[in-house]
Ligand binder design. Structure first.
Ligand SMILES: N[C@@H](CCC(=O)N[C@@H](CS)C(=O)NCC(=O)O)C(=O)O
Length: 299
């Protein structure tokens, strides 16, 4: 192994006390803040259905729209929902209305108006679990099987920040390419991909024989990564070596509910794949961006 060379960029001496006195650079410099709470007063819209989702079609956002569309495909009519677009680049996650649903100011966030008072749920993993429990689908009932599903669900929630906030941030979004963090997170990203590849060598789905919320949580991150659709890093991480993970990712990609879930609250890419707001199942046919035209993309 070669000795790691210190570049000028790495040679930073932190001050005694960190201060928010200069822009960090990079894609999120205008929205990141060191404090929580609302920046402005604004109510959230509320549609007709009991389930109101406030989201954006990022990997964390599509976990939930995939589950909702899967539930509807299973005939669970009570899973009909309104999905409102939250433009995180414009700071809409910092409105007083959004902060009341998610004090952590991150999409996705859900309100369930079928309860009295309405129930708020934030954190994508908690939303998946809430909906799976409420509709008794995509979560094993057998006490011997449920822990495996929950273990992988929580594995995703704990692991993906290394893939996104770590690898993706430094490989894709940071203002300069720095060897130390890219190395550190590429190593961890590859280790995680191998964890999944080994699991899927012996199981059709993440949790075993059945497709569950664990697959829906993991696919938008690791499935998209192994398909070369995340951070343009397929070659860099040599994702084609994870053959079992690729087999699983391609199978899930073919599911109609997954394809619809990817479109909801999407405000970039081909206009026919963008359903920025979803209020009815017919919206996929009638309200995509190519049909209604309108604003520029979120990115
Ligand atoms: N652990 C959270 C992460 C959610 C998250 O990071 N959301 C991002 C988009 S993918 C967000 O809303 N970012 C806005 C911000 O950081 O201000 C979850 O799984 O729901």
């Amino acid at each position: 192994m070669t000795e790691y060379p210190l570049t000028e960029q790495d040679d930073y001496t932190p001050p005694e006390v960190w201060g928010w006195d200069k822009k960090s650079g990079g894609k999120f410099e205008d929205i990141n803040r060191p404090v929580a709470g609302a920046t402005h007063d604004e109510k959230l819209p509320v549609g007709e259905h009991p389930l109101q989702l406030y989201s954006l079609a990022t990997p964390n956002g599509v976990k939930v729209t995939i589950l909702l569309e899967e539930l509807l495909d299973c005939g669970v009519d009570d899973a009909e929902y309104d999905a409102h677009l939250i433009n995180i680049n414009d700071g809409e996650q910092f409105s007083s209305g959004f902060v009341a649903v998610n004090p952590n100011s991150k999409i996705p966030a859900l309100m369930d108006h079928s309860t009295s008072p309405p129930t708020r749920v934030f954190e994508s993993g908690a939303i998946l679990l809430y909906l799976a429990q409420r509709f008794q689908k995509f979560l094993p009932v057998d006490p011997a099987e449920r822990p495996e599903c929950l273990s992988w669900l929580f594995w995703q929630v704990g692991s993906a920040p290394y893939l996104g906030g770590g690898f993706g941030h430094f490989y894709n979004y940071a203002p300069t390419k720095m060897e130390y963090p890219i190395n550190r997170y590429a190593m961890e990203a590859k280790r995680q991909l191998d964890v999944l590849d080994r699991r899927l060598a012996e199981n059709e789905y993440i949790s075993g024989d059945d497709y569950t919320i664990a697959d829906m949580a993991i696919w938008p991150w690791y499935g998209r990564m192994v398909q070369g659709k995340l951070y343009d890093a397929g070659e860099f991480l040599q994702v084609s070596t994870y053959k079992h993970l690729k087999r699983w990712a391609d199978a899930i990609d073919e599911r109609p509910a997954v394809q619809r879930g990817l479109m909801v609250n999407r405000a970039w890419g081909p206009p026919q794949r963008q359903l920025r707001e979803r209020h009815d199942a017919s919206d996929f046919e009638l309200k995509t961006q190519d049909k209604i035209g309108g604003d520029d993309s979120v990115e």
